[in-house]
Every structure is written in structure tokens, then in C-alpha cells.
Design a binder for this molecule. Structure first.
Ligand code: HAM
Length: 425
């Protein structure tokens, strides 16, 4: 019996992987422009990192982690997200001592959540994310938001919407928390079990409940924006004014609370508004997390970041019908006929490749016609034909597949001639 791929995971096959590489190129280039440097952290971490970092009461920690005990009896967890690990590394490697502050990092790698798979939701997915740690300047919030919107714009996405909220600082949230408890407590019995346990632990998360979304108390719930203190309100206004100066459109949604515990002040999501994108419309999520670094044993250093999954990014591009030129077209297919010519092309194709030319040959002992067909399938720009006669005379035939033009040239001039022709193209 054959073994299938685990539920909620996928193979990225040739033909699709080029799309991933296309996006990876965009993210890498844009990060360079904004001066974010790549960080790579382990796929698994101590379970405690996520319990403390993401938060004990979150869905991620309570229901979704891939946790296992290793042979040394340690509890380890496949990372469900990147921020906690990046902050751990920031503290462990004393990056707070770096003279360049804030420390601006990006990452791109697989994350794991035991969620119910559906369109746009996987158990293994790849997150690209950035974290700017060490500044509490609204300008860095605007920079992080500009960066993600720049990535989407460069990829050609148009139907994206930036949704913004402020969760305020600690004092604002304490006031808001009390208001929410007062609002929901009298009728909490009408809510789901999760909401009931959230009431004391983390009442803001009630606003994020999928089951009770339609309950009338949800619509009449107090707004965080009415509970922001002076500092938080001014901070939020400043972020908005920078975004306006940058020409970045946004809408404000006071019910946007995010599913992870570490957020305060700026919280945001980017939604796809493309038809046919699917039920889950969130492309990207992020926000400010002042307090997380100190909670992880570091100094009291603020931070902000976001992450999006490559899977949803690609789905949005598909929904908007965005195509692009794949530059992996073959430069030259070498057709050979006869044993000696075949032997000769082993080195010839190698020479082309080491000269920077994308080259291919036959390995199936195919007839000439089938070799030409293979060249066609690979969309070869040139086909070179080497038969026994040509080999004896030290010559080779080149056919330009776009113009149909054929030319016979000296075999020892072949690589150089083709290189020049490619440059002209
Ligand atoms: P998050 O909202 O849990 O935030 O996830 C961010 C993004 O990851 C989502 O918007 C979505 O694109 C993608 N994502 C999450 N779960 C799945 C899934 N099961 N399948 C496919 N894609 C998924 C975080 O992870 C935070 N660490 C973001 C952040 C960084 N905040 C500050 N810095």
C-alpha cells in the first residue's frame, strides 16, 4: 500500500515552485531596500517558549501545537509562528547590545499548527515575517506596514485592504478589559464554552470568536478606541498620519484584536478582497508587542512585526489572475545523432552550462524527431544539432527557434558563439 502525504500539508512541485521562488525574490529584494536582515531559527523550540510567548490562553497554545517529548524527556514544539523564536534569539544573542537599533529582521520558513484544514489553512504552512525590535517610534510602525504593502503591490496585488486598530498600552487595556467584562458577564451563559473561559482570562478574545459572531452583545460591545489613554491615542494618530503621508490606504476596525497574546498599540491585518479568494480573507497579520522581550528574559525593549503565509499570498495572486514571465526557459537543447556525437555532447552540454547557458540534452536514446520535440517542450531558444558527419568535420548546426534561421559553425567556436547570441537576445 502506498503512503500518502499527511493531512493539511502539500508538496510544492516543479511548475508551482517557480511561483514561490518569484515571491521569495520579491520579499528578499524589498527587505534589502528596507534594510531588514534574514534570521533563521530552529524548526522546534522548547514548548515553554510558545506557552510564555504566544500566551497560555490562545487557541494556538491550547489546541494547535505539535508538541512532543524527545528521547531526553524534554518537551519540544514545532514552531507555530516566528515571533516568539525571533525574540528568544534576540535576547539569547544579546542583539539589544547592537549599536544599530532597532534590530530589523526577516524570516521565511515552515510553521506548524494543528488546525482543521481548509482552503488557505494548512497544518504546515510557510510564513514570511519581519520583526523590528528596539524602537517605539510610530515611524517604525509605518515602515513595517509600508514594507508589507510594498511586497503585495510589487507582486501586482490590487485587491488588498489594510485594516488597522490600536490595542493601546497596558493601562488602556486594563480599562477596556473591565468594560468588556462588565458588558459580557450578565449574559455570558449564552456564549460558547471558549468564550466563557475567556471572560476572566482574556475577554478581548471573545470579540474574535467565530461561533458567537452574530450575538447581539458582540455588536454593542464597547470599542477599545474609547478606552485609549492620551499616550496610546497620540501614538495611534501618529501612525495613521505617517501612513497617509506615505499614500497608504487603510481602514480602522476597533474589533480587530488578533489571536496572540503579545500585542499592544498597533494591530493590523491585510485582507484580500479578490472574488473567489475563499472564506478566509486574512492574508497577513501583525502588530506591536512591547513587553514581549522582557517577558522572555531580556531588557524592556519594544517591538513590532507581521507575518503572512506564502500559501495565502499565492492564492490571492491566483484569485486576481496575476501572471508573470518565468525566466527559466531553456537556452539551448543539444540534439545528437550517433554514438560518438552522443559521447561528445556530454562535455559540450557541460561547457555550455559552466559558461552560464541553460542547456539540456537527451538521456533516453531518443530519435532525432523526439529530441526536437523535447526541445520544443522545454521552449528552447536554440537547438544545436550534432551528427557523426558534423563531428568529423568539426562543425555543429545551430537553429534559432524563434526566427527559424540555421547556421553551421566551427565546433570549437560553439560555446562562445552561443553565448554572444544569448547576449543579443
Ligand atoms: P498569525 O495571525 O497567527 O500571526 O499568522 C500570520 C499569518 O500566517 C496569517 O495572516 C496567515 O497568512 C498565516 N497563517 C496562519 N495560520 C495559517 C495556516 N494554518 N495556514 C496557512 N496560513 C496561515 C502570527 O503568526 C504572528 N507571529 C505575526 C507577527 C509577527 N506579529 C508580530 N510579528
Amino acid at each position: 500500500m502506498s503512503i500518502n502525504i499527511p493531512r493539511g500539508t502539500q508538496d510544492i512541485l516543479p511548475g508551482t515552485v517557480e511561483k514561490w521562488q518569484h515571491i521569495e525574490k520579491i520579499t528578499t529584494e524589498i527587505c534589502r531596500n528596507y534594510q531588514y536582515k534574514e534570521i533563521r531559527t530552529p524548526i522546534f523550540e522548547h514548548t515553554e517558549l510558545f506557552q510564555r510567548g504566544v500566551g497560555d490562553t490562545t487557541d494556538i497554545v491550547q489546541k494547535e501545537m505539535y508538541t512532543f517529548t524527545d528521547r531526553g524527556d524534554r518537551s519540544l514544539t514545532l514552531r507555530p509562528e516566528g515571533t516568539a523564536a525571533v525574540v528568544r534569539s534576540f535576547v539569547e544573542n544579546k542583539m539589544f547590545g547592537d549599536p544599530n537599533q532597532p534590530v530589523k529582521l526577516y524570516y521565511n520558513g515552515p510553521m506548524f499548527r494543528y488546525e482543521r484544514p481548509q482552503s488557505g489553512r494548512y497544518r504546515q504552512f510557510v510564513q514570511f515575517g519581519v520583526e523590528a525590535i528596539g524602537s517605539e517610534d510610530p515611524a517604525i510602525d509605518a515602515e513595517v506596514l509600508a514594507l508589507v504593502m510594498d511586497i503585495y503591490k510589487t507582486a501586482g496585488l490590487q485587491k488588498v485592504e489594510l485594516v488597522l486598530n490600536s490595542l493601546g498600552d497596558k493601562d488602556s487595556r486594563v480599562a477596556y478589559r473591565n468594560a468588556l467584562i462588565e458588558h459580557f458577564q450578565p449574559r455570558i451563559g449564552e456564549f460558547c464554552e471558549d468564550c466563557q473561559s475567556r471572560l476572566e482570562k482574556n475577554p478581548m478574545r471573545i470579540l474574535d470568536c467565530k461561533k458567537d459572531r452574530e450575538h447581539e452583545l458582540m455588536k454593542s460591545a464597547p470599542s477599545i478606541l474609547d478606552y485609549l489613554n492620551e499616550y496610546s491615542r497620540t501614538y495611534f494618530e501618529k501612525v495613521q498620519s505617517y501612513l497617509t503621508a506615505l499614500g497608504i490606504d487603510f481602514t480602522i476596525d476597533p474589533t480587530l484584536v488578533r489571536g496572540l497574546d503579545y500585542y499592544n498599540h498597533t494591530a493590523f491585518e491585510v485582507m484580500s478582497r479578490a472574488d473567489g479568494f475563499g472564506a478566509i480573507t486574512t492574508l497577513c497579520g501583525g502588530g506591536r508587542y512591547n513587553g514581549l522581550v522582557s517577558q522572555m528574559g531580556g531588557p524592556d525593549v519594544p517591538g513590532i512585526g507581521f507575518a503572512f503565509s506564502m500559501e495565502r499570498f499565492l492564492a490571492a495572486m491566483e484569485a486576481e489572475g496575476i501572471a508573470w514571465e518565468d525566466d527559466n526557459r531553456l537556452d539551448c537543447y543539444v540534439v545528437s545523432l550517433g554514438e560518438e556525437a552522443k559521447d561528445y555532447t556530454v562535455k559540450l552540454v557541460h561547457d555550455l552550462r559552466t559558461a552560464g547557458i541553460k542547456a539540456e540534452r537527451d538521456y533516453q536514446n531518443r530519435k532525432m524527431k523526439a529530441q526536437f520535440k523535447a526541445a520544443d517542450r522545454l521552449q528552447a531558444r536554440f537547438v544545436a544539432i550534432l551528427g557523426e558527419d558534423e563531428l568529423k568535420e568539426n562543425k555543429i548546426n545551430i537553429k534559432d527557434m524563434e526566427t527559424g534561421e540555421q547556421q553551421e559553425i566551427a565546433l570549437d567556436q560553439f560555446v562562445e558563439t552561443l553565448r554572444k547570441k544569448m547576449e543579443e537576445k
